[in-house]
Ligand binder design. Structure first.
Ligand code: G4P
Length: 524
């Protein structure tokens, strides 16, 4: 029962956004409310400066804090909040996709002037795959932006989700007066300040007081806006939100700490506590007494003096206790963890116990692979984390014949960490590395040399997409593999992957082989 109370007060989520929309600013303000930091400006962005994209070491220096800030946890009211950080740079998008498998909900930050941007769209796709509940924060209302009604249409259309505003902006840019909190029926007047949280005034929308506060013209406009909202957007149905079908929308300015508390108060109330998680064998309920968890992320420390990795484990059920014996299902081995860590803003502390919903960091020197399951003995396998078709492909070749073994081991371990994806071409046996961005090739080359003493060389291969294929028609599948034998590969799990060299070729294949399903992610 004690577990039950602990679990139901947990809120584990990620903030996702297109770079520059205001994720760092919002995270910082949430930490301020959680009392984790005292002044604004204390959280460093993990964003990589654009000028440094060609220098991997420089990037790593900037990313130096990423290990400790990967999870931020704090108490707020009666709740325990776990925010999972996601990398700011889109070349590390795969990392973000994986992080999304460990959260129970997300907050999406959208720049009020720019609207929905590419990265937001992609991340939303991942949320949709898992029916993750989504709350949207429209940021930068202190800047001139899009008309809020147009923006709501855009959100619905581009993110393919129904929306329901819970606060509503009164003007924007230099004329921004504040927001009306539809949820609490309070007026929150804007005072540009990075430190102060403004007072909220309870006003009846039809009262004189509203006119006195914002003037008759704006008061009338607000009244008619709200009427329109009530007419067009049905009241928030919590189940619709929890099923990932409707997203509540808030407006504010993260930089000015405006509208953030409304977001947080509503968030803790409506966002889900840890949800059941699917394993291959069965569904695991968070309240089950026995501990289970899976590894969703491994972060390497590039600093040669502290080279150990941290494996991040999401606790799916029960309670984790330090030094207790846990079963590593893939290795069939029992392990004890003497120094598991939890994360407080920029500090790491050793943790004695943690509950479903929490994320713990386990020191790792090669024992873990993304997707590994830990239990109290049960043979459970949490469902595979999805791999998405990479955007870029290169052959990886050995540049030092004396170091063949080191190279193979290095590639193996880096792929276990999820740095990139490996495909082996079935025709010529060559290894192909697929990534989301150019940076990952640099990371791999650098790390192979520094950590495994192996040199690699990249050779170009012109590919468009990797598609996982399946069919109920075995004969057609065989015929396809025969026809495309030069482009057939296996992923690390031994699944068949078709490496299409152009959009046209893929389209033709889809027309010619109607009974074959082509998937752009490994989870289908
Ligand atoms: P990110 O993590 O999503 O990439 O965004 P971040 O919070 O770093 O914000 C990106 C830029 O937008 C920053 O400006 C930040 O100050 C600004 N910003 C964030 N929220 C607001 C807001 O509510 N209003 C306005 N006007 N600006 C906002 P920068 O110039 O890139 O960085 P900095 O020099 O201010 O740190």
């Amino acid at each position: 029962m004690a577990n039950q109370n602990e679990i139901s007060r947990r809120r584990t989520f990620a903030i996702i956004a297109h770079p520059d929309a205001g994720k760092t600013s919002l995270t910082e303000k949430l930490l301020l409310f959680g009392g984790q930091i005292q002044v604004a400006g204390a959280v460093k962005s993990n964003k990589i400066k654009k000028s440094a994209t060609s220098d991997w070491m420089e990037i790593e220096k900037q990313r130096g804090i990423s290990v400790t800030t990967s999870v931020m946890e704090f108490d707020y009211l009666d709740y325990k909040i776990n925010i999972l950080d996601t990398p700011g740079h889109q070349d590390f998008a795969e990392d973000t996709y994986r992080t999304l498998t460990a959260v129970d909900s997300v907050i999406i930050v959208v720049d009020g002037a720019k609207g929905v941007e590419t990265q937001t769209r992609k991340l939303m796709e991942v949320c949709r795959m898992r029916n993750t509940p989504v709350i949207i924060f429209v940021n930068k209302m202190d800047r001139e932006g899009k008309d809020p009604f147009d923006l709501l249409d855009e959100l619905e259309e581009e993110l393919m989700i129904k929306v329901r505003p819970l606060t509503w902006p009164i003007e924007q840019g230099a004329r921004f007066k504040g927001v009306y909190n539809i949820y609490e029926k309070k007026l929150d007047l804007f005072q540009p300040s990075k430190q102060v949280v403004t007072e909220k005034i309870e006003v009846d929308i039809n009262s004189e007081q509203l006119d006195q506060q914002i003037g008759t013209t704006l008061a009338d406009k607000l009244r008619s806006d709200l009427e329109l909202i009530e007419g067009v957007y049905p009241e928030l149905d919590n189940k619709e939100y929890l099923d990932g079908h409707t997203a509540p929308v808030f407006f504010g300015s993260a930089l000015n700490n405006f509208g953030v508390q409304e977001l947080l108060n509503c968030f803790v109330e409506i966002a889900p506590s840890p949800r059941p998680i699917e394993a291959v064998e069965r569904e695991v309920e968070p309240e089950e007494p026995k501990f289970t968890g899976f590894i969703f992320k491994i972060t390497a420390n590039i600093d040669p003096n502290h080279r150990s990795c941290v494996a991040f484990c999401k606790i799916c059920s029960g309670k984790f206790t330090r030094n207790a014996p846990y079963y590593h299902v893939r290795h069939g081995k029992t392990m004890r963890f003497s120094s598991p860590t939890q994360f407080m803003a920029q500090r790491k502390t050793t943790v004695d116990e943690a509950y479903a919903g929490d994320i713990i960091g386990l020191p790792d020197n090669g024992t873990f692979k993304i997707g590994d399951t830990l239990t109290e003995g049960e043979l459970l396998h949490f469902k595979g984390l999805p791999s998405f078709s990479p955007e870029m492909f290169k052959y990886i070749e050995n540049a030092d014949p004396m170091k063949q073994k080191q190279l193979a081991k290095g590639i193996d371990q880096l792929m276990d960490e999820g740095v990139a994806q490996l495909f082996v071409n079935q025709f010529n046996g060559r290894k192909i590395i697929g990534t989301v961005g150019q940076l990952q090739f640099e990371v791999i080359q650098y790390r192979l040399l520094n950590e495994y003493n192996a040199s690699c060389r990249w050779e170009p291969v012109s590919l468009y997409k990797a598609c996982w294929i399946e069919s109920d028609d075995a004969a057609e599948l065989e015929a396809f593999k025969k026809r495309k034998y030069q482009y057939m590969a296996k992923d690390r799990e031994g699944r068949d992957v078709f490496l299409a060299d152009s959009g046209y070729v893929l389209q033709m294949a889809q027309i010619d082989f109607k009974n074959i399903r082509f998937h752009f992610s490994s989870e289908f």
